[in-house]
Design a protein around this ligand. Structure first.
Ligand SMILES: *Cc1c(COP(=O)(O)O)cnc(C)c1O
Length: 423
């Protein structure tokens, strides 16, 4: 459910704002988010869980400060995976008691910053990290609230590039080493092993893997308690999928919540969820413009002004994003390879986009681009970082502006002996 709709004349709007207006005033390419859609997703996700549940938005999915601020207003906290994301969450006003820190390679500087901020929980992914955190916590004179991320060895039945919960994945501590790791955690100074964490992958479109993982986690909480560990928090990660294509039918968040609550209710733990994609995915589109069309021997191409540097998912995971023509045209659609301007063969969004006689200047939008879109953008080919726009009702706000080439080049320094003008 989202708030991108056409008016009677067939023109696509984000809430009350025509895409054509944003194209004119901000330029293309740019990301467009719908505030009403973000709010709706936040509420639909959060409401079925019991009070006291922490819904920690996965900042890596969409990290813009304005979006984090909107989600903070909806009662969300943050799941961060770097010191930079921690800064974003704090700057957006998220309470440290609603922030968890995940990731396989946290540095001592990052651990220290999070300890000083007083976050809710460190999701620790290895024994080596546990020892590092212990040292930093002792130096800081505090106890670190820790959940060990245990790898439940369940198949998330998703794309191998975004599966994280199988025995061979790099994430977490192997299931059969859990008790041993908790024992070490209890013995280490500065560590308070009071939580359990897992995250099995992303874009999961059936309940079964979540159910299996939650059951395993609940069993482990019981086992740990038998061994006198006081486990008070259970973090079940993120991963609920969104419909990218017609065949994707992810379970509704209410069913997801019902399943997880039923499995964990009698444990009396504080639940933590880390949704990313399900909140942000359908709340964003990437607006682009046709630069030109060209026909090779037996293939027609449409070259747009967005590239793989602006939306990497197709090149990275073979992902497909539904394509919308901003102004509907009459007549027959025919297939085109839709590509970006980047000097890489993988800079292709879809091999067969059905378009109505596309021509230079036509506006197109990639749907379901709110999550893992803008955050993965780069300046490859010296293309300025793609801007972001938040539509809220009849108003729109540029929430990240397009940098100028002068701003981009200002970070680069030519040593004096290499300067061409002797300055
Ligand atoms: C990426 C990630 C998430 C969010 O996953 P989604 O599929 O976007 O919900 C949550 N937790 C961890 C640890 C992650 O790495």
């Amino acid at each position: 459910m989202h708030h991108f709709d056409r008016n009677d004349a067939g023109e696509l709007f984000a809430e009350g704002v025509p895409f054509t207006t944003i194209a004119r005033e901000v330029g293309t390419p740019c990301y467009i988010y719908s505030a009403a859609t973000l709010r709706r997703h936040a509420r639909v996700f959060r409401d079925p869980f019991p009070e006291g549940t922490v819904t920690a938005f996965s900042v890596k999915a969409l990290s813009n400060l304005a979006v984090l601020s909107l989600l903070r207003q909806e009662g969300f906290g943050a799941d961060v995976v770097s010191g930079g994301e921690l800064m974003r969450a704090l700057q957006a006003g998220m309470a440290p008691s609603q922030i968890v820190f995940s990731g396989v390679g946290k540095t001592t500087d990052e651990l220290r910053a999070a300890l000083q901020a007083g976050i809710l929980q460190f999701n620790v992914e290895s024994v080596a990290e546990l020892r590092m955190l212990s040292e930093v916590a002792v130096a800081e004179g505090v106890d670190a609230p820790v959940a060990l991320r245990i790898n439940p060895d369940v198949d998330a039945e998703t794309h191998p590039g975004i599966s994280t919960g199988k025995a061979d994945d790099k994430f977490g501590i192997p299931w059969d080493r859990a008790l041993e790791a908790y024992g070490l955690a209890r013995d280490l100074p500065g560590i308070d092993p009071s939580g359990l964490d897992l995250h099995i992958g992303s874009q999961i479109t059936s309940l079964a893997p979540f159910e299996r993982a939650a059951n395993r986690a609940a069993d482990l909480v019981r086992t740990l308690r038998e061994h006198n560990f006081n486990i008070t928090r259970l973090d079940l990660g993120g991963g609920l999928g969104v419909p990218y294509a017609a065949g994707d039918v992810p379970p509704p968040p209410s069913d997801y919540a019902k399943t997880l609550v039923a499995i964990t209710n009698d444990l009396g733990v504080q639940l933590i969820l880390e949704p990313g994609r399900v909140i942000a995915g359908n709340a964003g589109m990437l607006l682009t413009q046709v630069v030109l069309t060209k026909t090779q021997t037996n293939k027609s191409f449409v070259v747009v002004d967005a590239g793989m540097n602006d939306l990497m998912r197709p090149a990275l995971y073979g992902a497909r994003h539904h394509l919308h023509e901003i102004i509907q045209k009459d007549g027959e659609a025919s297939p085109f390879a839709l590509v970006g301007p980047i000097c890489e063969s993988t800079d292709q969004f879809t091999p067969e986009a059905e378009l109505h006689s596309p021509e230079a200047g036509d506006l197109l939008a990639f749907g379901t681009a709110g999550a893992y879109g803008a955050v993965q953008a780069s300046q490859y080919n010296s293309r300025p970082l793609v801007p972001e726009v938040l539509v809220d009702g009849d108003a729109f706000h540029v929430i990240r502006s397009r940098p100028t080439m002068d701003e981009i080049l200002a970070h680069e320094k030519i040593p004096p002996h290499l300067r061409h003008d002797g300055t």
